[in-house]
Write a protein that binds this ligand. Structure first.
Ligand code: ADQ
Length: 750
């Protein structure tokens, strides 16, 4: 529609210019015609009086001549007349004849003009500030020129007619422009709707496997491309068509990787056992990585190697630090790794979260690198690499190394298990080469990661940045066509795999209907039934833009007073990394900011900001997603952001609006969200206002389209694509391995 509008504006401007040009042309042509008309009229008038004029001239009766001229000026447009002798002397003139049109000049001009043929001489003269048309005509006596009669015409009627013509012309063009605009907008609207319907029908047909779907001739080329594209994707994904599910992921593992056990290495464990009031409780950590990988592990079985950080973790694991999870379902092993206080401080809080985390996020926090932290980082990576090797039950296991906590582990595992298939996934952004160069151990970090068979990022941009960093700092061959780094005989593919969430989502399945969730949340928060609710769900991390988010709510209430007393924003904020000063400061700042906004706009029971600073279990988080009118994800920089996708998954009712930061990986996929720059408080507050006022039909259209994306591009697809790529690499390595073994044995034999 915006394009149609642009077209209409261009059309109106074009027509206005056309009207201008047409008006000039018409004006000039009309003026020439009118002037010719005046001359013709003058000739006619004089011809009518010619006989009488000749006789008067012969008698040299000047009084009669003047009377004749007065009679001639009875014509409504002739304003004055004069008769001059052939030698330029005045013979007679009407009273109004201007003195500045002297007979001498007129007769001279007439004679010097084309008078030999008896033609009139014409001119436009200024008489007392008014344009007057002058026609000088001959009256002959035999062969001799008896006199020159000058007739003056009023030209103001020409100007009046020109103005009328201009007015009419512009009116016609304006009407034309209006009709064209209406027709264009209608045509755009109708064709947009029918194109949309046709394209969705065709895409549904192709994606749903109805390959024989009939398409109208103009859509045939498009359909051909879509089919080719779908076939290419299906080929890339290895297996037929249809949606990725946990079952399909299991089959992929069985078919392509011969049911090989998958070992995941991640800092965070999926289930943390905590001792609370003398009782052991299980916690699901607030972590995007866990949210994404846990369903994958439930589908693949295998082992999850993680730091055992809970206060009751030791007592719930066996002597090898292992236990079956999920509680009650027991589909895979959790292998806990015990870390000392110094190891945790140096490796986790220090090098990982004070060094690499701020290095990789553009969120205005300075990275801190300490050699003591680096030492612990190396030690802990070794510890995890050893644990992986203990857990591997073949010499070519499939290892999924997760995130920036384990940049060195891939190379360490490779040294011990050269035939292992190691997939590393970096869950946060990768900075540009210049920024990455800040890290004093940049070469070691890169070298460690290049022990992987595949290094994955959320976006192509992060892959490009990684390749550039390798190019800047290491001696390696970059194969830009296949997007791979080659060092000696080791090749590492660099590929984007945008992560997602499970679909169908088991937290959604077990949640109450949205209306019940809304009633429960409104009762919990003491909101009035007509209140409007916004939600934010985050670890309290400076990259998530929580301060900017609360300030946008403040700006909304400043700019749109109708929301005061009615709109509340609930922020579920899980305290995170509070050992680090910056995070403690953030906690305090957010609390102060919320209090200030509440002070400013709150009254009675009404609080615009409701800050629930705690870890919440997933059923609570999903209840809030389902109760909210709007969810605002305002990250200043985020690899993907799964909160956005969880909100979409939670809204089975196809209601609610997602306002999403442009600086998240998710913004590239969820284009039907209201995408904002979280730093621009005016833009963000306008988006919040639009979200709160959005008609239900538009909410449904946007939500439906985002749900289609998240369900299609779910986490099983993410894992499946990586595992299929891994299987391909394994096959290739086995073939080249066999080939080189054969060559070596033939060499030995000869
Ligand atoms: P995170 O930075 O942890 O992940 P995100 O992707 O938003 O961020 O996931 C957060 C998860 O924690 C969600 O599942 C959410 O429900 C949960 N959560 C948040 N706040 C909570 C709270 N108060 N209580 C309970 N649960 C809460 C990193 C990267 C991301 C990337 C993921 C996955 O920073 O960019 O999307 O990994 O790759």
């Amino acid at each position: 529609m915006r394009r149609a509008l642009r077209f209409v504006i261009a059309l109106v401007v074009g027509l206005a210019m056309l009207a201008g040009i047409a008006s000039v042309i018409v004006q000039n042509t009309a003026r020439t015609w009118f002037e010719k008309d005046i001359v013709l009229r003058s000739q006619l008038v004089l011809n009518g009086a010619r006989r009488e004029a000749v006789s008067i001239l012969k008698q040299d009766d000047r009084a009669a001549l003047r009377e004749l001229l007065v009679e001639i000026t009875q014509d409504e447009r002739i304003i004055a007349a004069a008769a001059c002798s052939k030698d330029g002397q005045p013979l007679a003139a009407t009273d109004d004849y201007p003195t500045n049109l002297a007979c001498a000049d007129i007769v001279k001009s007439y004679i010097e003009g084309d008078s030999s043929f008896g033609k009139p001489w014409t001119a436009i003269r200024d008489v007392l500030g008014v344009d007057v048309h002058v026609t000088a005509l001959p009256v002959t006596l035999g062969d001799d020129l008896g006199a020159v009669v000058t007739l003056l015409h009023d030209m103001s009627f020409i100007e009046r007619r020109e103005a009328k013509t201009r007015y009419f012309l512009f009116g016609t063009f304006a009407l034309l422009a209006f009709c064209a605009a209406v027709v264009t907008m209608l045509a755009a609207r109708l064709s947009w709707r029918s194109w949309n319907q046709e394209i969705s029908r065709l895409l549904n047909g192709v994606l749903g496997g109805k390959d024989r779907e009939e398409a109208s001739p103009e859509f045939q080329p498009l359909l051909k491309h879509v089919r080719e594209f779908a076939a290419r994707i299906a080929e890339q994904e290895g297996e037929g068509d249809g949606r990725w599910t946990n079952e399909r992921l299991k089959q992929t593992l069985r078919k392509h990787l011969e049911g090989e056990k998958v070992i995941i290495v991640a800092n965070r464990e999926p289930y943390i056992h905590e001792m609370k009031d003398g009782k052991v409780t299980v916690l699901h950590p607030a972590s995007g990585l866990v949210t994404a990988l846990e369903p994958v592990m439930r589908a693949c079985s295998g082992v999850w190697v993680a730091h055992g950080s809970g206060s009751a973790d030791r007592q719930t694991a066996d002597r090898q630090a292992r236990l079956r999870v999920p509680p009650g379902e027991e589909s895979y092993w959790l292998r806990r790794v015990w870390l000392s206080k110094e190891e945790e401080t140096g490796y986790y809080y220090g090098f990982s979260n004070e060094g690499l985390w701020p290095l990789c996020h553009v969120a205005h926090a300075r990275p801190t690198f300490r050699s003591s932290d680096w030492k612990q980082y190396v030690t802990v990576n070794k510890k995890f690499a050893e644990t992986v090797c203990q857990e591997a039950d073949s010499d070519e296991p499939i290892v999924l190394v997760q995130d920036y906590h384990f940049a060195l582990a891939p190379q360490m595992i490779r040294e011990r298990l050269p035939r292992a298939t190691i997939l590393s996934f970096w869950h946060i952004p990768w900075p540009n080469a210049e920024r990455f160069g800040i890290c004093p151990w940049r070469d070691e970090v890169l070298q460690g990661m290049l022990g992987s068979s595949i290094v994955g990022f959320h976006t192509q941009q992060h892959c490009n940045n990684f390749i550039d960093s390798v190019d800047h700092y290491l001696e390696a061959r970059i194969d830009r066509e296949r997007f791979a780094v080659v060092q000696q005989r080791q090749q590492t593919m660099i590929k984007p795999y945008p992560i997602s969430i499970e679909w169908p989502n088991h937290w959604v399945k077990s949640a109450a209907p949205p209306a019940d969730c809304k009633a429960a949340v409104f009762a919990e928060l003491g909101l009035k039934p007509n209140a409007l609710l916004g939600v934010g769900v985050d670890r309290l991390d400076y990259t998530k833009g929580v301060e900017e988010r609360l300030s946008s709510v403040e700006r909304l209430l400043e700019r749109f007073p109708s929301f005061r007393g009615r709109f509340s924003f609930v922020q579920l904020a899980a305290p995170s990394r509070t050992v680090i000063d910056l995070y403690r400061e953030l906690n305090e700042n957010v609390e102060k900011l919320a209090a200030r906004i509440n002070e400013r706009f709150g009254h009675g029971d009404y609080r615009p900001i409701i800050l629930l600073r705690a870890h919440h279990e997933p059923p609570t988080v999903f209840r809030y997603y389902r109760a909210a009118d709007v969810c605002y994800v305002s990250s200043l920089h985020d690899g993907m952001n799964l909160v956005a996708k969880e909100f979409v998954a939670a809204r089975e009712d196809e209601r609610g609006v997602l306002v999403l930061s442009h600086f998240t990986g998710a913004a590239r996929e969820l284009t039907e969200a209201l995408i904002v720059n979280p730093y621009d408080l005016d833009e963000a507050s306008s988006a919040l206002a639009s979200a709160l006022m959005m008609p239900p039909q538009e909410q449904q259209d946007r939500m439906r389209s985002m749900r289609a994306i998240v369900s299609e591009f779910n986490v099983y697809r993410w894992a499946g694509r990586m595992l299929i790529d891994a299987a391909r690499l394994r096959r290739r390595h086995r073939l080249t391995g066999r080939l080189s073994e054969r060559i070596t044995s033939e060499e030995i034999a000869s």
